[in-house]
Write a protein that binds this ligand. Structure first.
Ligand SMILES: Nc1ncnc2c1ncn2[C@@H]1O[C@H](COP(=O)(O)OP(=O)(O)OP(=O)(O)O)[C@@H](O)[C@H]1O
Length: 252
C-alpha cells in the first residue's frame, strides 16, 4: 500500500512571554497509508489538535516536515496549497465556526466545487447528493449555519470536506458532538467512502471504544510525544506503557 501522509520529527513550540515556552508537539513521526484509518488518542493537552493543525497548514511547525503522497508540503503556499487542499480536507469539532454565517450551507459546500471548475448547475446537483449522502435532505442547502443543529452542521461540514473527493480527511473530534445514532450513520458513510474511494482518515478522538471499532491503527500521545502505536485491539487489550494503560482504564 502507498503512503498518503507522513510526518517527520514534527515539533511545535508556543513561546510565552511570562514563563516557560510550551512544547505542544515534540518529534512526532508517523505515516498513514492510502485508504487507512489512523487514530490519535491521548489525554487533553497531549498535542493531538496541534499535530492536526500543522498537517492542515493552519499552524506553522517549529521544526519537522509534512509530506503528502511523498511530496514535502511543509512550506506549500499559494497555488500549491490550493492543490494540497484538493487532496486533503479537514473537519473540526465546531463546524458552525467553519461556515461563513452569511452563506447557506449549500453555498458553503458548492464553493469548492465551483472553484474546481464545476458549473453552477453541476455544483448544485452534487451538493444535493452530498447532503443526501450525509443524511440531510435537500432543503438543508438553503439553510444558514445558525438555522441547523450542531449535528446537522457537522454532517454538512463532512459533506463539504468530501465534495472534491480528497484522498485524506482529517477529523478532529468531528463525530464527538453527534448523538449515537447519527454518529453511527456518519461512521458508516466514512467506511463506505473508504472502501469505494480509498479515502484515508486521520481520526482524533477521545472515544477509545470507537477508535477500536473504526480505526486500523492508533497512535497514543502524551505531553507532545508519541508513546505507543499499533493496532487498536492490541494497544487497548495489551498496552505496553503505564500512561496508555491509565488512559484506557480512565475511559473504559
Ligand atoms: N495557540 C496556542 N498557544 C499556546 N499554547 C497552545 C496553543 N494551542 C495549544 N496550546 C497548548 O499546546 C498543548 C497541546 O494542545 P492541543 O490542543 O494540541 O491538545 P489536545 O491533545 O488536542 O487536547 P484536547 O483533547 O483537549 O483537544 C496544550 O498544553 C495547549 O494548552
Amino acid at each position: 500500500m502507498d503512503t498518503i501522509l507522513q510526518t517527520a520529527h514534527l515539533k511545535k513550540v508556543f513561546p510565552r512571554k511570562d514563563g516557560e515556552d510550551i512544547v505542544a508537539v515534540d518529534d512526532v513521526t508517523f505515516s498513514l497509508k492510502k485508504g487507512e484509518k489512523l487514530a490519535i488518542i491521548g489525554e487533553s493537552g497531549s498535542g493531538k489538535t496541534t499535530v492536526a493543525r500543522m498537517i492542515a497548514h493552519l499552524l506553522e511547525p517549529t521544526a519537522g516536515k509534512v509530506m503528502l503522497a511523498g511530496e514535502d508540503i511543509t512550506n506549500a503556499g499559494g497555488a500549491k496549497l490550493k492543490e494540497v487542499y484538493t487532496r486533503m480536507q479537514m473537519v473540526f469539532q465546531n463546524p458552525v465556526d467553519s461556515f461563513d454565517p452569511r452563506c447557506t450551507l449549500g453555498d458553503g459546500i458548492s464553493e469548492s466545487l465551483l472553484n474546481h471548475g464545476k458549473s453552477k448547475r453541476q455544483a448544485a446537483e452534487m451538493t444535493k447528493n452530498l447532503l443526501a449522502l450525509c443524511g440531510l435532505g435537500e432543503e438543508f442547502a438553503q439553510r444558514y449555519p445558525h438555522e441547523v443543529s450542531g449535528g446537522q452542521c457537522q454532517r454538512a461540514a463532512i459533506a463539504r470536506a468530501l465534495a472534491i473527493e480528497p484522498e485524506l480527511v482529517i477529523l478532529d473530534e468531528a463525530t464527538s458532538a453527534l448523538d449515537v445514532t447519527v454518529q453511527a450513520e456518519v461512521l458508516d458513510l466514512l467506511n463506505r467512502l473508504q472502501e469505494d474511494r480509498g479515502i484515508a482518515y486521520l481520526f482524533i478522538c477521545h472515544d477509545i471504544a470507537l477508535v477500536q471499532d473504526f480505526c486500523d491503527q492508533v497512535i497514543v500521545m502524551h505531553e507532545g510525544k508519541i508513546v505507543e502505536e499499533g493496532i487498536p485491539d492490541e494497544i487497548i487489550n495489551n498496552p505496553q506503557q503505564a500512561y496508555t494503560k491509565k488512559l484506557i482504564d480512565s475511559v473504559l
